[in-house]
Design a protein around this ligand. Structure first.
Ligand code: XUL
Ligand code: CO
Length: 444
Protein backbone atom coordinates (compact mmCIF):
# COMPACT_ATOMS: atom_id res chain seq x y z
CA UNK A 1 0.00 0.00 0.00
CA UNK A 2 1.19 3.52 -0.72
CA UNK A 3 -1.56 5.25 1.24
CA UNK A 4 0.55 7.95 2.89
CA UNK A 5 2.43 8.96 -0.20
CA UNK A 6 -0.20 10.96 -2.00
CA UNK A 7 -1.78 14.04 -0.65
CA UNK A 8 -4.57 15.14 -2.97
CA UNK A 9 -7.85 13.36 -3.64
CA UNK A 10 -6.40 10.86 -6.02
CA UNK A 11 -3.31 8.68 -6.40
CA UNK A 12 -1.61 9.36 -9.75
CA UNK A 13 1.03 6.62 -9.60
CA UNK A 14 -0.85 3.63 -8.16
CA UNK A 15 1.25 0.54 -7.63
CA UNK A 16 4.44 2.56 -7.19
CA UNK A 17 5.57 3.08 -3.60
CA UNK A 18 8.51 4.89 -2.10
CA UNK A 19 11.67 4.28 -4.17
CA UNK A 20 14.28 2.70 -1.92
CA UNK A 21 17.98 1.97 -2.04
CA UNK A 22 18.43 -1.77 -2.64
CA UNK A 23 22.08 -1.92 -3.75
CA UNK A 24 23.67 -2.96 -7.03
CA UNK A 25 22.59 -6.61 -6.83
CA UNK A 26 18.89 -5.67 -6.91
CA UNK A 27 17.08 -6.29 -10.19
CA UNK A 28 14.12 -4.11 -9.21
CA UNK A 29 13.90 -1.33 -11.85
CA UNK A 30 12.08 0.84 -9.29
CA UNK A 31 14.93 0.84 -6.75
CA UNK A 32 18.17 2.76 -6.39
CA UNK A 33 21.28 0.67 -6.97
CA UNK A 34 23.77 3.37 -5.90
CA UNK A 35 21.92 6.41 -4.54
CA UNK A 36 21.69 5.85 -0.81
CA UNK A 37 20.58 9.24 0.55
CA UNK A 38 22.00 8.59 4.02
CA UNK A 39 25.41 7.27 2.92
CA UNK A 40 28.12 9.60 4.15
CA UNK A 41 30.90 10.57 1.76
CA UNK A 42 33.53 13.05 2.92
CA UNK A 43 31.47 14.26 5.88
CA UNK A 44 28.17 14.85 4.05
CA UNK A 45 25.36 12.50 3.06
CA UNK A 46 24.69 11.77 -0.60
CA UNK A 47 21.45 13.70 -0.26
CA UNK A 48 23.32 16.77 1.04
CA UNK A 49 25.95 16.60 -1.70
CA UNK A 50 23.65 16.03 -4.65
CA UNK A 51 20.58 18.16 -3.79
CA UNK A 52 18.45 16.57 -6.53
CA UNK A 53 15.52 18.42 -8.06
CA UNK A 54 12.76 17.35 -10.48
CA UNK A 55 11.74 19.85 -13.15
CA UNK A 56 8.05 20.55 -13.61
CA UNK A 57 8.15 21.36 -17.31
CA UNK A 58 9.37 18.10 -18.84
CA UNK A 59 7.86 15.87 -16.18
CA UNK A 60 4.39 17.39 -15.73
CA UNK A 61 3.93 19.53 -18.84
CA UNK A 62 5.71 17.34 -21.39
CA UNK A 63 3.62 15.12 -23.67
CA UNK A 64 6.24 13.74 -26.03
CA UNK A 65 5.07 16.07 -28.84
CA UNK A 66 7.69 16.86 -31.48
CA UNK A 67 7.60 18.96 -34.69
CA UNK A 68 6.35 15.91 -36.60
CA UNK A 69 3.52 14.78 -34.40
CA UNK A 70 1.43 15.30 -31.28
CA UNK A 71 2.07 13.94 -27.82
CA UNK A 72 2.21 10.24 -27.14
CA UNK A 73 2.17 10.42 -23.36
CA UNK A 74 -1.41 10.52 -22.08
CA UNK A 75 -1.14 11.24 -18.37
CA UNK A 76 -4.08 11.50 -15.94
CA UNK A 77 -3.01 14.92 -14.61
CA UNK A 78 -3.81 16.44 -18.01
CA UNK A 79 -7.42 15.13 -17.98
CA UNK A 80 -9.41 17.99 -16.35
CA UNK A 81 -10.93 20.23 -19.04
CA UNK A 82 -10.72 23.39 -16.93
CA UNK A 83 -7.16 24.78 -17.04
CA UNK A 84 -7.05 25.64 -13.33
CA UNK A 85 -8.43 22.20 -12.40
CA UNK A 86 -5.71 20.60 -14.55
CA UNK A 87 -3.11 22.82 -12.86
CA UNK A 88 -4.32 21.65 -9.43
CA UNK A 89 -4.23 18.00 -10.52
CA UNK A 90 -0.63 18.48 -11.72
CA UNK A 91 0.43 19.90 -8.36
CA UNK A 92 -0.94 16.80 -6.64
CA UNK A 93 0.67 14.46 -9.18
CA UNK A 94 3.96 16.35 -8.89
CA UNK A 95 4.17 16.25 -5.10
CA UNK A 96 3.20 12.57 -5.08
CA UNK A 97 6.03 11.95 -7.57
CA UNK A 98 8.61 14.03 -5.64
CA UNK A 99 7.73 12.21 -2.39
CA UNK A 100 7.80 8.73 -3.86
CA UNK A 101 11.09 9.40 -5.64
CA UNK A 102 12.57 10.98 -2.52
CA UNK A 103 14.00 14.16 -4.06
CA UNK A 104 14.39 17.14 -1.72
CA UNK A 105 13.70 19.80 -4.42
CA UNK A 106 11.72 20.80 -7.52
CA UNK A 107 11.89 23.68 -10.06
CA UNK A 108 9.22 25.36 -12.21
CA UNK A 109 8.42 28.13 -14.70
CA UNK A 110 5.44 30.37 -13.89
CA UNK A 111 3.47 28.94 -16.84
CA UNK A 112 4.20 25.34 -15.80
CA UNK A 113 2.20 25.59 -12.62
CA UNK A 114 -0.42 28.21 -13.54
CA UNK A 115 -2.10 28.97 -16.87
CA UNK A 116 -1.57 32.36 -18.50
CA UNK A 117 -4.68 34.57 -18.30
CA UNK A 118 -6.12 37.09 -20.76
CA UNK A 119 -4.25 39.96 -19.17
CA UNK A 120 -1.46 40.68 -16.67
CA UNK A 121 -3.77 40.80 -13.63
CA UNK A 122 -5.45 37.46 -14.42
CA UNK A 123 -2.12 35.75 -14.99
CA UNK A 124 -0.92 37.10 -11.63
CA UNK A 125 -4.08 35.86 -9.92
CA UNK A 126 -3.72 32.38 -11.42
CA UNK A 127 -0.10 32.17 -10.31
CA UNK A 128 -0.93 33.37 -6.79
CA UNK A 129 -3.65 30.72 -6.44
CA UNK A 130 -1.32 27.95 -7.57
CA UNK A 131 1.48 29.25 -5.37
CA UNK A 132 -0.81 28.92 -2.35
CA UNK A 133 -1.58 25.31 -3.22
CA UNK A 134 2.11 24.51 -3.86
CA UNK A 135 2.98 26.07 -0.47
CA UNK A 136 0.50 23.73 1.24
CA UNK A 137 1.95 20.72 -0.58
CA UNK A 138 5.51 21.76 0.29
CA UNK A 139 4.46 22.00 3.93
CA UNK A 140 2.82 18.57 3.85
CA UNK A 141 5.68 16.75 2.10
CA UNK A 142 8.83 18.67 3.12
CA UNK A 143 9.80 19.07 -0.57
CA UNK A 144 11.43 22.47 -1.22
CA UNK A 145 11.80 24.81 -4.19
CA UNK A 146 15.32 24.86 -5.64
CA UNK A 147 14.43 27.63 -8.09
CA UNK A 148 11.64 29.42 -9.82
CA UNK A 149 11.73 31.08 -13.23
CA UNK A 150 9.49 32.79 -15.78
CA UNK A 151 8.77 31.39 -19.22
CA UNK A 152 9.72 34.34 -21.46
CA UNK A 153 9.97 32.36 -24.68
CA UNK A 154 6.73 30.44 -25.46
CA UNK A 155 4.17 33.24 -25.89
CA UNK A 156 4.13 34.70 -29.44
CA UNK A 157 4.73 38.21 -28.02
CA UNK A 158 8.31 37.09 -27.26
CA UNK A 159 9.14 36.04 -30.81
CA UNK A 160 11.68 38.92 -31.09
CA UNK A 161 12.99 38.46 -27.56
CA UNK A 162 11.83 39.33 -24.03
CA UNK A 163 14.19 41.67 -22.14
CA UNK A 164 16.06 42.23 -25.43
CA UNK A 165 12.95 42.84 -27.53
CA UNK A 166 13.24 45.92 -29.77
CA UNK A 167 9.73 46.93 -28.62
CA UNK A 168 9.61 48.44 -25.11
CA UNK A 169 5.99 47.24 -24.67
CA UNK A 170 7.15 43.63 -24.85
CA UNK A 171 9.93 44.32 -22.33
CA UNK A 172 7.30 45.55 -19.85
CA UNK A 173 5.36 42.28 -20.17
CA UNK A 174 8.54 40.32 -19.52
CA UNK A 175 9.09 42.47 -16.43
CA UNK A 176 5.52 41.84 -15.21
CA UNK A 177 6.10 38.11 -15.52
CA UNK A 178 9.46 38.18 -13.73
CA UNK A 179 7.97 40.29 -10.92
CA UNK A 180 5.16 37.76 -10.37
CA UNK A 181 7.56 34.80 -10.66
CA UNK A 182 9.85 36.40 -8.05
CA UNK A 183 6.83 36.93 -5.76
CA UNK A 184 5.99 33.21 -6.15
CA UNK A 185 9.60 32.13 -5.61
CA UNK A 186 9.86 34.15 -2.41
CA UNK A 187 6.46 32.91 -1.15
CA UNK A 188 7.64 29.33 -1.67
CA UNK A 189 11.05 29.84 -0.03
CA UNK A 190 12.90 29.25 -3.35
CA UNK A 191 16.67 29.10 -2.87
CA UNK A 192 17.54 30.48 -6.33
CA UNK A 193 15.90 32.28 -9.26
CA UNK A 194 16.86 31.37 -12.86
CA UNK A 195 17.01 33.32 -16.11
CA UNK A 196 17.28 31.20 -19.22
CA UNK A 197 17.05 33.60 -22.14
CA UNK A 198 15.48 31.40 -24.78
CA UNK A 199 14.87 34.21 -27.25
CA UNK A 200 17.40 36.69 -25.82
CA UNK A 201 19.44 36.66 -28.99
CA UNK A 202 18.95 37.45 -32.64
CA UNK A 203 18.75 35.97 -36.10
CA UNK A 204 20.11 38.81 -38.28
CA UNK A 205 22.37 41.83 -37.77
CA UNK A 206 20.45 43.51 -40.60
CA UNK A 207 17.60 44.30 -38.18
CA UNK A 208 19.35 44.12 -34.78
CA UNK A 209 21.23 46.64 -32.63
CA UNK A 210 23.05 44.12 -30.45
CA UNK A 211 24.66 46.77 -28.30
CA UNK A 212 21.31 48.22 -27.22
CA UNK A 213 19.81 44.78 -26.69
CA UNK A 214 22.68 43.69 -24.42
CA UNK A 215 22.45 46.92 -22.43
CA UNK A 216 18.72 46.35 -22.00
CA UNK A 217 19.39 42.81 -20.78
CA UNK A 218 21.85 44.18 -18.21
CA UNK A 219 19.28 46.79 -17.06
CA UNK A 220 16.56 44.14 -16.85
CA UNK A 221 18.70 41.84 -14.68
CA UNK A 222 19.58 44.72 -12.34
CA UNK A 223 15.88 45.67 -12.03
CA UNK A 224 15.00 42.05 -11.20
CA UNK A 225 17.79 41.92 -8.62
CA UNK A 226 16.62 45.15 -7.00
CA UNK A 227 12.99 44.01 -6.83
CA UNK A 228 13.96 40.55 -5.52
CA UNK A 229 16.10 42.01 -2.76
CA UNK A 230 13.37 44.55 -1.89
CA UNK A 231 10.81 41.77 -1.29
CA UNK A 232 13.24 39.73 0.80
CA UNK A 233 14.71 37.25 -1.70
CA UNK A 234 17.95 36.07 -0.09
CA UNK A 235 18.85 33.45 -2.68
CA UNK A 236 21.06 33.49 -5.75
CA UNK A 237 20.05 34.74 -9.19
CA UNK A 238 21.28 32.39 -11.90
CA UNK A 239 21.79 32.81 -15.64
CA UNK A 240 21.67 29.60 -17.70
CA UNK A 241 23.91 29.71 -20.80
CA UNK A 242 22.85 28.18 -24.11
CA UNK A 243 24.44 28.95 -27.48
CA UNK A 244 21.45 28.53 -29.79
CA UNK A 245 17.93 27.05 -30.07
CA UNK A 246 15.51 28.77 -30.25
CA UNK A 247 17.55 31.92 -31.14
CA UNK A 248 20.30 31.50 -33.69
CA UNK A 249 22.79 33.67 -31.80
CA UNK A 250 22.00 33.71 -28.08
CA UNK A 251 23.58 36.37 -25.86
CA UNK A 252 24.21 33.78 -23.10
CA UNK A 253 26.27 31.54 -25.40
CA UNK A 254 28.35 29.68 -22.82
CA UNK A 255 29.72 29.92 -19.28
CA UNK A 256 32.56 32.30 -20.05
CA UNK A 257 30.24 34.59 -22.02
CA UNK A 258 27.86 34.73 -19.05
CA UNK A 259 30.72 35.27 -16.56
CA UNK A 260 31.81 38.24 -18.72
CA UNK A 261 28.22 39.56 -18.88
CA UNK A 262 27.77 39.30 -15.10
CA UNK A 263 30.99 41.21 -14.51
CA UNK A 264 30.41 43.78 -17.24
CA UNK A 265 27.01 44.75 -15.84
CA UNK A 266 28.16 44.70 -12.19
CA UNK A 267 25.97 41.77 -11.16
CA UNK A 268 28.59 39.83 -9.15
CA UNK A 269 27.50 39.14 -5.61
CA UNK A 270 23.91 38.48 -6.70
CA UNK A 271 24.24 36.41 -9.88
CA UNK A 272 25.92 33.09 -10.65
CA UNK A 273 25.64 30.57 -13.48
CA UNK A 274 23.31 27.58 -13.92
CA UNK A 275 25.20 25.12 -16.13
CA UNK A 276 23.25 22.64 -18.26
CA UNK A 277 25.11 19.64 -19.64
CA UNK A 278 23.33 19.53 -23.02
CA UNK A 279 23.83 23.28 -23.52
CA UNK A 280 27.56 22.76 -22.93
CA UNK A 281 27.77 20.21 -25.72
CA UNK A 282 25.75 22.47 -28.06
CA UNK A 283 28.36 25.18 -27.41
CA UNK A 284 31.13 22.77 -28.46
CA UNK A 285 32.35 22.33 -24.87
CA UNK A 286 32.27 19.50 -22.39
CA UNK A 287 29.95 19.67 -19.38
CA UNK A 288 32.98 19.65 -17.05
CA UNK A 289 34.63 22.52 -18.96
CA UNK A 290 31.60 24.73 -18.42
CA UNK A 291 31.48 23.84 -14.72
CA UNK A 292 35.20 24.52 -14.35
CA UNK A 293 34.97 27.97 -15.99
CA UNK A 294 32.24 28.93 -13.49
CA UNK A 295 34.09 27.45 -10.51
CA UNK A 296 37.25 29.37 -11.47
CA UNK A 297 35.24 32.61 -11.52
CA UNK A 298 33.59 31.82 -8.17
CA UNK A 299 30.27 31.74 -10.05
CA UNK A 300 29.23 28.08 -10.11
CA UNK A 301 25.60 28.35 -9.03
CA UNK A 302 23.62 25.25 -9.95
CA UNK A 303 23.34 22.46 -12.51
CA UNK A 304 20.71 21.32 -15.01
CA UNK A 305 21.58 17.63 -15.19
CA UNK A 306 20.93 15.92 -18.51
CA UNK A 307 22.84 14.91 -21.64
CA UNK A 308 22.67 15.33 -25.39
CA UNK A 309 22.69 12.61 -27.97
CA UNK A 310 26.08 12.00 -29.58
CA UNK A 311 24.53 11.72 -33.07
CA UNK A 312 21.92 14.49 -32.85
CA UNK A 313 23.01 18.12 -32.70
CA UNK A 314 20.02 19.50 -30.80
CA UNK A 315 18.87 19.81 -27.22
CA UNK A 316 17.59 16.28 -26.64
CA UNK A 317 17.52 16.65 -22.82
CA UNK A 318 18.05 12.96 -22.09
CA UNK A 319 18.59 11.63 -18.61
CA UNK A 320 22.28 11.58 -17.62
CA UNK A 321 23.63 8.02 -17.55
CA UNK A 322 27.22 8.45 -18.72
CA UNK A 323 29.58 7.81 -15.82
CA UNK A 324 32.49 9.69 -17.40
CA UNK A 325 30.27 12.78 -17.51
CA UNK A 326 29.07 12.45 -13.93
CA UNK A 327 32.55 11.68 -12.58
CA UNK A 328 34.13 14.65 -14.36
CA UNK A 329 31.28 16.92 -13.23
CA UNK A 330 31.52 15.78 -9.61
CA UNK A 331 35.30 16.29 -9.63
CA UNK A 332 34.67 19.98 -10.36
CA UNK A 333 31.78 20.21 -7.87
CA UNK A 334 33.78 18.61 -5.02
CA UNK A 335 36.83 20.77 -5.68
CA UNK A 336 34.43 23.75 -5.65
CA UNK A 337 33.43 22.84 -2.10
CA UNK A 338 30.00 21.59 -3.23
CA UNK A 339 26.97 23.14 -4.87
CA UNK A 340 26.17 25.53 -1.98
CA UNK A 341 22.64 26.88 -2.64
CA UNK A 342 22.50 25.13 -6.04
CA UNK A 343 21.46 21.58 -6.82
CA UNK A 344 21.25 18.95 -9.53
CA UNK A 345 18.01 19.64 -11.39
CA UNK A 346 16.99 16.98 -13.89
CA UNK A 347 16.16 19.16 -16.90
CA UNK A 348 15.52 15.89 -18.69
CA UNK A 349 12.65 14.03 -20.34
CA UNK A 350 11.91 10.45 -21.22
CA UNK A 351 11.79 9.58 -24.91
CA UNK A 352 8.61 10.05 -26.94
CA UNK A 353 8.27 6.28 -27.09
CA UNK A 354 8.40 5.94 -23.28
CA UNK A 355 4.70 6.23 -22.55
CA UNK A 356 4.31 4.59 -19.13
CA UNK A 357 4.21 6.74 -15.96
CA UNK A 358 6.74 4.21 -14.60
CA UNK A 359 9.25 5.36 -17.27
CA UNK A 360 9.41 8.78 -15.60
CA UNK A 361 10.47 7.16 -12.33
CA UNK A 362 13.01 4.95 -14.08
CA UNK A 363 14.56 7.92 -15.93
CA UNK A 364 15.08 9.81 -12.68
CA UNK A 365 16.33 6.74 -10.82
CA UNK A 366 18.97 6.21 -13.52
CA UNK A 367 20.10 9.84 -13.35
CA UNK A 368 20.28 9.78 -9.55
CA UNK A 369 22.25 6.54 -9.55
CA UNK A 370 24.65 7.89 -12.21
CA UNK A 371 25.37 11.01 -10.12
CA UNK A 372 25.66 8.97 -6.90
CA UNK A 373 28.34 6.86 -8.58
CA UNK A 374 29.97 9.97 -10.01
CA UNK A 375 30.12 11.46 -6.53
CA UNK A 376 31.64 8.37 -4.90
CA UNK A 377 34.20 7.85 -7.69
CA UNK A 378 35.20 11.53 -7.82
CA UNK A 379 35.60 11.55 -4.04
CA UNK A 380 37.93 8.52 -4.18
CA UNK A 381 39.91 10.02 -7.07
CA UNK A 382 40.46 13.21 -5.07
CA UNK A 383 41.20 11.51 -1.75
CA UNK A 384 43.07 8.37 -2.77
CA UNK A 385 44.59 8.80 -6.23
CA UNK A 386 47.57 10.94 -7.33
CA UNK A 387 45.27 13.08 -9.53
CA UNK A 388 45.22 16.28 -7.47
CA UNK A 389 48.87 16.13 -6.44
CA UNK A 390 49.93 15.47 -10.04
CA UNK A 391 47.97 18.48 -11.32
CA UNK A 392 49.52 20.74 -8.66
CA UNK A 393 53.01 19.46 -9.34
CA UNK A 394 52.73 20.56 -13.01
CA UNK A 395 52.72 24.15 -11.76
CA UNK A 396 55.47 23.75 -9.13
CA UNK A 397 57.78 26.13 -11.04
CA UNK A 398 55.40 28.98 -10.10
CA UNK A 399 55.39 28.10 -6.39
CA UNK A 400 58.54 30.04 -5.47
CA UNK A 401 61.46 31.95 -6.92
CA UNK A 402 61.11 33.76 -10.24
CA UNK A 403 57.98 31.79 -11.19
CA UNK A 404 56.15 33.05 -8.09
CA UNK A 405 57.45 36.58 -8.72
CA UNK A 406 55.99 36.46 -12.27
CA UNK A 407 52.66 35.13 -11.03
CA UNK A 408 52.44 38.04 -8.57
CA UNK A 409 53.09 40.53 -11.33
CA UNK A 410 56.62 41.40 -10.15
CA UNK A 411 58.50 40.44 -13.34
CA UNK A 412 58.22 42.33 -16.62
CA UNK A 413 59.04 41.15 -20.13
CA UNK A 414 62.69 42.25 -19.99
CA UNK A 415 63.37 40.35 -16.76
CA UNK A 416 61.61 37.26 -18.19
CA UNK A 417 63.77 37.52 -21.31
CA UNK A 418 66.95 37.56 -19.23
CA UNK A 419 65.85 34.46 -17.27
CA UNK A 420 65.14 32.60 -20.56
CA UNK A 421 68.53 33.57 -21.94
CA UNK A 422 70.31 32.47 -18.75
CA UNK A 423 68.45 29.14 -18.30
CA UNK A 424 68.46 27.91 -21.90
CA UNK A 425 65.95 25.54 -23.54
CA UNK A 426 63.38 24.09 -21.06
CA UNK A 427 63.25 20.33 -20.46
CA UNK A 428 60.43 18.50 -22.28
CA UNK A 429 57.81 17.50 -19.66
CA UNK A 430 55.07 14.92 -20.41
CA UNK A 431 51.43 15.88 -19.80
CA UNK A 432 50.71 12.17 -19.02
CA UNK A 433 47.09 12.37 -20.16
CA UNK A 434 46.85 8.64 -20.98
CA UNK A 435 48.01 7.71 -17.49
CA UNK A 436 45.35 10.02 -15.98
CA UNK A 437 42.62 8.59 -18.20
CA UNK A 438 43.62 5.10 -17.10
CA UNK A 439 43.50 6.24 -13.49
CA UNK A 440 39.90 7.45 -13.91
CA UNK A 441 38.96 4.08 -15.44
CA UNK A 442 40.68 2.27 -12.59
CA UNK A 443 38.48 4.07 -10.06
CA UNK A 444 35.29 3.63 -12.09
C1 XUL B 1 15.88 25.15 -22.19
C2 XUL B 1 16.15 25.01 -20.75
C3 XUL B 1 15.13 25.62 -19.85
C4 XUL B 1 15.70 26.25 -18.62
C5 XUL B 1 14.69 26.97 -17.78
O1 XUL B 1 16.83 24.56 -23.00
O2 XUL B 1 17.11 24.41 -20.35
O3 XUL B 1 14.22 24.63 -19.51
O4 XUL B 1 16.36 25.32 -17.82
O5 XUL B 1 14.02 27.95 -18.48
CO1 CO C 1 17.84 23.97 -18.43
Amino acid sequence: MTRNLFIGEREFFPGIGKIRYEGRSSDNPLAFKFYDPDRVIGGKTMEQHLRFAVCYWHTFRGTGADPFGPGTQIFPWDEPADRMDAARARVDAAFEFFSKLGVPYYCFHDRDIAPEGDNVATSERNLRAMTELAAERQQATGVKLLWGTANLFSHPRYMNGAATNPDFNVVTHAAAQVKAALDATVALGGENYVFWGGREGYASLLNTDTRRELDHLGRFMAAARDYGRAIGFKGTFLIEPKPMEPSKHQYDFDAQTVVGFIRHYGLEGDFKVNVEANHATLAGHSFAHELQMCADAGLLGSIDANRGDPQNGWDTDQFPVDLYDTVSAMLVVLENGGLHSGGLNFDAKVRRESVDPEDIFIGHIGGMDAFARGLAIAHDLIEQSPLVANRASRYASFDNGDGAAFACGDLGLEALRDIAAANGEPASISGRQEWLENLVNQYI
